[in-house]
Write a protein that binds this ligand. Sequence first.
Ligand SMILES: [Zn+2]
Length: 394
Amino acid sequence: MTDFVAATTMQSEITMQRELGRWDSGQPGPTLLVTGGVHGNEPAGVYAAQRVLAQLQERAPQIRGRFIALVGNLPALSENRRFLSRDLNRSWDQESLVVNQARGEQERSPEDREQLDLIACFVEVERSASGPLVYCDLHTSSAAGSPFLCLADTIDNRRLGLTTGVPIILGIEETIAGASLEWFADRGIMAFAVEGGQHESDEAIANHEAVLWGLLVKLGILPEGFVDLEPHRQRLRQAVGSAPPIVEIVHRHVIASADAFRMESGFVNFAVVAKGQLLAKDRHGDVCAKHKSLVMLPLYQELGDDGFFLARRVRWFWLLLAKWLRAFHVAALLPLMPGIRRDSDDHDTMLANPRVARWFVVEFFHLLGFRKETERLGCLAFRRRCSRRVNRSL
Ligand SMILES: [Zn+2]
């Protein structure tokens, strides 16, 4: 049985419904679940998903598994604003969700309602999946530059992410708490956010579309030969340019509205900055780079609480080492190291005494896929996300 809900290409009609469309031939297989417009001023992901849906509708392939596209923040998209009362790409951690669910309907903000509605959709998709589930959240940024992926640092996410040909940014979850990726990562579901390019640009839509076709083929959802990937790969190669394949966030510049933060003009994603280079100005004066690094997500819009991120390139040696260390379950030895113990309540969390666990211990945690979450009882808590066994079949 083939099921399709018509998608439109008119921006004014984005407001109509949560589910943009789905293609399902009734054959068991992987599910690719996509959201666009989680930030309401970023409709490119919605347009890209509509393009893919339109092709599927027109050519009606028999596929394995499903392709499902949802709209993120419906009311904010209709006003072309990032959000109405709070960022919908935050507060996806368990604690915040419990608070949201406990609120009365009248007390909920528009984004609280959107979040609960999205979760109901996610749960339905997860429950009805007949194979592995992959979640892809499509975004754009206020700065130009190469597209990139953000993901929770599991080997499965890295493996699938690298096949897209789009650079990966590690460690964003260590700096931003509660992105929607967390909801999926906590369930062992493979999940990426794709930053497709600059808001309102045609390139961002085409980059998103290229990533989606690549994933549909890679996951074995589309029949062989349905889509010629070469033009899409060519487009992404051109968009990525000389950006390195994997970088790691080393600094997040948090801002508040009282800071009067103003990014210096001309920075694009992956721009190399020298130590001491002027990046921005705020009420305290100049904001300069402390080390040579790469600028990510420089803020050139009104709303947002991240001024910019700084990243560094991760060399292949460290990527291979991480892969081997994880394959041999070296993490099991961590509690033998001085100052480190396993959290008795959570098998995947390690507690490190900051006086004993020096900087190289933090690096070692990263190699093993652990990211710093919080401080607990005077200790640094590092947590890792585990992949489901079913993901290995992809
Ligand atoms: Zn966004």
